[in-house]
Ligand binder design. Structure first.
Ligand SMILES: [Zn+2]
Length: 373
């Protein structure tokens, strides 16, 4: 006897083969998918469960994975318009300093994470000032979240120093490491706001615990020029030279990357998060996703925060991902829907180190799925 049986669904599994079940049946027990089959088969007829849901006319698919968000920035939605990243950040940081406390961060996180959840996102990678509050908000909503200690060298929120950030990152990891819903990471803001020494310190905390390391990278041309000027290397070369790339590194944006930077990310198995709406709103540019895909980079999708995209809509992000790649490459066959669906599901799960648990409807994985009407 299973706990739950979903019947008559169009099952879009998002597995490696893009398997579809037109009239699918899925059985769940103890939070895990135990059986997936087509209706009418002998197996399907034998399945019994305490609860049966008919999903006739509906699509059932894995919960989406939003790989780059600042959920609590929903408090500032619409506050800053028509500015480039650098000028925009100047305004955002003033607003954040004015009102952010652990309590307002919790409330903002609930708001932003609920928007994700209500549009079918069940897992989020989030970077923010008080990560414990965001983790508690996610737990309250029943979502999965990857976040952790932030690192930021200029005066940030709460007057913390690098040593404080180190303590917070270690405490976060000790508190949430090993849980099935919160996946700790270290989260230096970027190469232009965190020194190489402090980036390495953040990475070593992540490495000690085999956790993720996430940062903004190569978002604007100005950022690339700044890092080139300071360190004599472009952003991705700079990260690579300090041993900061790898299969547990997640880089948000990568809009301005050259062929060599693409090969550095591909060879190191680094994950990239494409944030098309944010890149468009801030006039940052259009990421060469199709070139990164060709190079074999694991591409994922994010919404970024609600101040840089005005909403947290992964469906819009997916449409833009496909459309922008086709338009910029002038090749209508690049990034078809099935690849973009993988970017928003299975690739995200792989980037989080959870490919055996999340990202597709497959026997043995967690029953983390959504209904679409
Ligand atoms: Zn961001």
């Amino acid at each position: 006897m299973y706990d739950l049986l979903i019947k008559d669904a169009l099952l879009v599994t998002c597995d490696k083969k893009h398997s579809l079940y037109q009239n699918g049946v899925m059985a769940v027990k103890a939070g895990r998918i135990k059986e997936i089959t087509e209706s009418g088969s002998a197996v399907a007829d034998s399945l019994q469960a305490k609860e049966v849901i008919s999903a006739k006319g509906q699509i059932v698919m894995p919960g989406l994975i939003n790989m780059h968000c600042h959920a609590a920035d929903s408090l500032f939605r619409g506050l800053v318009e028509n500015l480039s990243l650098e000028a925009w950040l100047g305004r955002v940081w003033i607003a954040e300093k004015a009102i952010l406390t652990p309590k307002t961060t919790f409330l903002g996180s609930v708001l932003g994470l609920a928007e994700n959840l209500l549009s079918g996102v069940t897992s989020v990678m989030d970077m923010f000032w008080y990560p414990v509050e965001t983790a508690l908000a996610a737990r309250m909503l029943g979502m999965r979240l990857s976040t952790g200690g932030i690192f930021f060298d200029p005066p940030g929120i709460g007057g913390r120093t690098h040593d404080d950030y180190v303590i917070e990152a270690k405490e976060f990891s000790a508190t949430f490491g090993g849980s099935s819903d919160i996946f700790p990471a270290t989260m230096p803001h970027g190469t232009y706001t965190v020194s190489p020494k402090h980036l390495i310190s953040a990475k070593s905390i992540a490495d000690e615990n085999e956790e993720l390391f996430c940062t903004h990278a190569a978002e604007t041309k100005a950022e690339q020029a700044d890092i080139q000027n300071r360190y004599g290397k472009s952003v991705i070369r700079h990260l690579a030279s300090h041993g900061l790339l790898g299969n547990r590194t997640v880089l948000a944006h990568c809009v301005h990357v050259d062929d060599h930077e693409i090969s550095l990310m591909a060879e190191s198995d680094t994950s990239v998060v494409h944030n098309p709406m944010s890149n468009l709103k801030l006039g940052s540019g259009i990421s060469p996703t199709f070139m990164m895909q060709e190079a074999g980079i694991r591409l994922t999708i994010g919404t970024d925060g609600a101040i840089s995209g005005n909403d947290l809509d992964m469906w819009l992000a997916m449409r833009l991902t496909s459309g922008l790649a086709k338009g910029v490459s002038m090749k209508p066959d690049v990034l078809p829907a099935k690849d973009v669906l993988h970017m928003a599901t299975l690739n995200g799960a792989e980037a989080l180190g959870k490919k055996l648990e999340l990202g597709s409807l497959e026997v043995g994985k967690r029953a983390d799925f959504i209904f679409l009407d």
